[in-house]
Design a binder for this molecule. Structure first.
Ligand code: FES
Length: 126
């Protein structure tokens, strides 16, 4: 595994994302509310480039008393990334799929050191 400095943390949009590649391994690096998260750019469904899909706030249903639906709204806190191949949505903060929490993106180590974002790239084939 090798570490890569991918630039100053302040230069990332928030929310924002960069997809980086080294030795054939792609990693999506996300910034949400000032925190960084990183995942291998491989969808657990069928191998699509999950980290390159649309970033969209989770759709939630408002339920009133007596179980009556008041319609759908976007979450104000949970931001998802949507795999462009078949639409699986993953919580950017956890990497977990919306419908089945056991399905998740493979996490990659990322940290901010001296103001720069450092990613520990997984070895090829992992
Ligand atoms: S490969 Fe990502 S949803 Fe199918």
């Amino acid at each position: 595994m090798r570490e890569f400095n991918i630039g100053p943390a302040f230069a990332f949009a928030d929310p924002g994302r960069k997809v980086i590649e080294a030795d054939g391994v792609e990693v999506g690096v996300f910034k949400v509310d000032g925190e960084f998260y990183a995942y291998q750019n491989i969808c657990p469904h069928n191998g699509g480039p999950a980290c390159q899909g649309k970033m969209i706030y989770k759709v939630e249903e408002l339920i009133a008393e007596h179980g009556v639906s008041k319609g759908l709204v976007f979450s104000k806190t949970q931001l998802n990334v949507t795999c462009p191949w078949h639409g699986y949505e993953f919580d950017i903060r956890s990497g977990r799929h919306q419908g089945d929490g056991s399905v998740r993106l493979a996490a990659v180590k990322v940290r901010v050191e001296s103001g720069d974002v450092i990613v520990t790239m997984p070895a090829p084939g992992l």
